[in-house]
Design a protein around this ligand. Structure first.
Ligand code: NAD
Length: 395
């Protein structure tokens, strides 16, 4: 079939197998052309490994250090008539590239929140990998089924205390409008913490420790975001921010557990990038479009792969570089004073009419399409592709 993007708001319901493979290859090429990080884990478990920051966290150790990786994700397999989700094709491409270089790579496609997937991962580690020296937790999910009682929790992106109105972009129509979001109920706040907080990260670490599959000097990392004040009502001070606070509290508990064996745990605060998760957050796509313009002008623009490369290179050596709260900060360039001052000034002025002058909306859109394998150089988008390509690669 000829595979074209089908976009509905912040979701693209198709993905291109060859385009996703080209996107993964671009990231592999970047890693191979960069200096080797000091700290190179050799046996890595990535939870949320198929797209965005998790995929980059898998590519960096695998293609810098030949690390064995086990990737866990929740993606849709293809059928004769429907393409797979992008993360599925990304993972198939990652595995094919790793295997071609003799690098161990296995994947588990299933619900990371479940006990069953945790046990499958442990069996795989015991059977084929040996002790894990790095666990990256990079899940972004709209819902979670609690493994203890089967209750389903849904996360939401809402302010707390009062409604929030702010400029926003209608990405389908390229219009700057205003969004008004009602404040969250106590139940919604608790549910978001349950889904996006650190409870499941801690359950993973406990299960892995109990099974004896963690190396003594294991490092575990989960990702967070802070961003500028203009997004705080919807992010840092909103429901997702409460979940990220919980992630940090969980990190402190996980750190104490791992330190007893010589291990360590961190939250890394990353930069805003275009991913399936971030494009769903109101206000953020417009902020990212303005931010990208300035960061590209300053020559400091980064995507997931550059961020994660820098995290391993500059922050996870023998000594870990952290802020006063013990977090890794690779959002330093985004948060640079001159960059934020520029973004704030553009934010005040931006309208539908000057959108393309004051922001890199085109770059945002290109980036969004790329997440689904569209717009990659060298891919023939008019050619017939079998959506079932590489179907045996991801189990
Ligand atoms: P993403 O949407 O690209 O990736 C989410 C991953 O989670 C995918 O691999 C998906 O398959 C997996 N997943 C979702 N539900 C799952 C489930 N039930 N079981 C197994 N896997 C599941 O998201 P992302 O933007 O890379 O976010 C990853 C982390 O980085 C999140 O904690 C996010 O808050 C954080 N972060 C993102 C940004 C950003 O701008 N995107 C910035 C800073 C921090």
């Amino acid at each position: 079939m000829i595979i074209a993007p089908k976009i509905r708001g912040f979701i693209c319901t198709t993905a291109h197998p060859a385009g996703c493979a080209a996107h993964v290859q671009e990231q592999i090429d970047h890693v191979k052309s960069s200096p080797l990080p000091d700290y190179l884990p050799k046996n890595v478990l990535v939870i949320g490994a198929s797209t965005g920051y998790g995929l980059a966290s898998r590519i960096v150790p695998a293609f810098s250090a030949g690390a064995a990786t086990l990737g866990v994700f929740f993606e849709k397999a293809p059928s004769e008539r429907k393409t797979a989700s992008a993360g599925w094709y990304n993972s198939a491409a990652f595995e094919a590239a790793a295997v071609a270089e003799g690098i161990y790579a296995r994947s588990i496609n299933g619900d990371a929140f479940s006990d069953e997937v945790k046990q499958r991962a442990i069996s795989e580690i015991k059977a084929s990998m040996g002790p894990i020296d790095c666990v990256v937790y990079s899940l972004a999910s709209p819902r979670r089924t609690d493994p203890k009682d089967g209750q389903v929790y849904r996360s939401c992106l809402k302010p707390i205390g009062q409604p929030y109105s702010q400029k926003n972009i209608n990405t389908d129509k390229a219009l700057v409008d205003e969004v008004v979001i009602d404040s969250a109920s106590e139940e919604e706040i608790a549910a978001t913490v349950k889904v996006m907080g650190g409870e499941d990260w801690e359950l993973w670490i406990e299960a892995l420790m109990e099974a004896g599959v963690l190396a003594d000097e294991v490092t575990s990392i989960a990702y967070s975001y802070i961003g500028p004040e203009l997004t705080w009502p919807i992010y840092r001070d909103g429901t997702i921010g409460m979940a990220k606070n919980h992630l940090e509290q969980s990190c402190a508990r996980i750190r104490r557990k791992l330190e007893s064996k010589g291990g360590r745990a961190f939250v890394s605060v990353n930069k805003a990038v275009v991913t399936q998760a971030s494009s769903a957050i109101p206000v953020v796509p417009l902020y990212i479009s303005i931010l990208f313009k300035k960061m590209k002008e300053e020559g400091v623009h980064e995507d997931c792969i550059e961020q994660i490369q820098r995290m391993f290179t500059d922050h996870l050596g023998a000594e870990t570089l952290c802020d006063e709260a013990g977090r890794i900060r690779i959002d330093d360039l985004e948060m640079r004073e001159d960059i934020q001052a520029h973004v704030a000034a553009s934010w005040d002025q931006i309208t539908s009419e000057n959108l393309r002058d004051l922001s890199d909306f085109e770059g945002y859109q290109d980036n969004f399409l790329k997440l689904f394998g569209f717009g990659l150089p060298g891919v023939d988008y008019d050619a017939d592709y079998d959506p079932m390509r590489s179907v045996d690669l991801v189990q």
